[in-house]
Design a protein around this ligand. Structure first.
Ligand code: ADE
Ligand code: ZN
Length: 355
């Protein structure tokens, strides 16, 4: 499904005011495909779980912790992100963490959430793999049954750790392989190229996991090339630095490789100096299947709807642009074609009501 040019004299080509845009975007069924469940750990939950699990914190109040969320780069953020995880200890903690996100997602009319989790960040602290996955799976089941939200889990390997440690995480996941949709690659990008994980991704693909990877967030366009050629990823997470390589841009466009872009994250981690300088709209106009996502919303100042709204405002997007982004989220999701068609039709009906 190729994107069509914006109709010149249609309501779709117009800007909407913020309230209408908000109602429109909220009404559109959407998928979120780049969300770290650990990145939804809100300061209030950090404090509540710290008390319950007798974990000492270096901050006096949730507000004081929030004030520390002023990051210079990805590495700086990851330090706080890993520190915060110390409060997650039991299966119930993971259940509550995930359920809180699913509740919020459902309120924003997210109908499909493909959620990353970082098991190595927990097993390295002595939390059993089973506590993590079973808490998340139980929440996913309840989200499906009680909220009508479709959920998939994607296990991320931490790229600052070794290939051998990634193999160990994969081994722990095998008994749950029917319940885990894919594997991903996250954490410190610079100096940890996708090729470091070529063999573990090959094994994961052989076992039936769908491959994705963070690439071209802080790392160069060459890492996006490697993720495609060596890890055989079906989507690239972030991928914004692909723009530095015109041939790569053509390849991503021609192959309809989705980029899961996270605008507020990119500004908070200083990948772009401001939202007005973000390349989201350029990627969209180029014809790439680009999507909007929230990454680690508890740290970056907004969940999915806020990412859409702030981007639309900063980049002067039309109703056509934002509805294309919402459609792309469905097209990029790992859903059966029949389900995608059903959701796209629902979106068309909502668009024609609004426009
Ligand atoms: N882990 C959590 N958020 C991440 C991001 N934006 N990049 C890499 N690893 C992450
Ligand atoms: Zn991410």
């Amino acid at each position: 499904m190729e994107p069509k040019a914006t109709p010149k004299e249609s309501p779709l080509s117009k800007r909407m005011d913020r309230d209408v845009m908000q109602n429109f975007l909220k009404a559109m069924p959407k998928a979120e495909i780049h969300l770290h469940i650990e990145g939804t750990l809100e300061p209030e939950m950090v404090f509540r779980l710290a008390k319950k699990n007798a974990v000492a914190l270096g901050y006096k109040t949730p507000e004081a912790l929030k004030e520390a969320y002023n990051f210079s780069n990805l590495e700086d953020f990851l330090k706080l992100y890993y520190q915060g995880l110390a409060v997650l200890k039991t299966k119930q903690d993971f259940y509550e963490l995930a359920m809180a996100y699913f509740q919020k997602a459902s309120e924003e009319n997210i109908v499909r959430a493909e959620v990353f989790f970082d098991p190595q960040a927990h097993t390295s602290r002595g939390v059993p793999f089973a506590s993590v996955i079973e808490g998340l799976l139980e929440a996913a089941k309840d989200a499906e049954n009680k909220l009508g939200l479709s959920v998939a889990l994607i296990l991320c390997f931490l790229r600052h750790l070794s290939e051998q440690e990634a193999f160990e995480a994969l081994k722990q996941a095998l008994p749950y392989k029917k319940a885990i949709l894919g594997v991903g690659l996250d954490s410190s990008e610079a100096g940890n190229p996708p090729s470091k994980f070529r063999r573990v991704f090959a094994k994961a693909r052989e076992e039936g996991f769908l491959p994705v990877a963070h690439a071209g967030e802080e790392g160069p366009a060459g890492y996006v090339r490697e993720a495609l050629s060596e890890l055989k990823v079906l989507r690239v997470d972030h991928g914004v630095r692909s723009e530095e390589d015109p041939e790569l841009m053509e390849e991503i466009k021609a192959r309809r490789i989705p980029l899961s872009v996270c605008p507020l994250s990119n500004v908070r981690l200083r990948v772009f100096p401001s939202l007005t300088e973000h390349n989201l709209k350029r990627l969209l106009d180029f014809g790439i299947l680009v999507t909007v996502n929230s990454d680690d919303p508890a740290y970056f100042g907004g969940y999915l709807l806020e990412n859409y709204l702030q981007s639309a405002e900063a980049l002067d997007m039309s109703a056509w642009d934002v509805s294309t982004l919402a459609k792309n989220s469905i097209l990029a999701a790992f859903l059966p074609d029949s389900e995608k068609q059903r959701l796209l039709k629902e979106q068309d009906a909502i668009a024609s009501d609004f426009l």
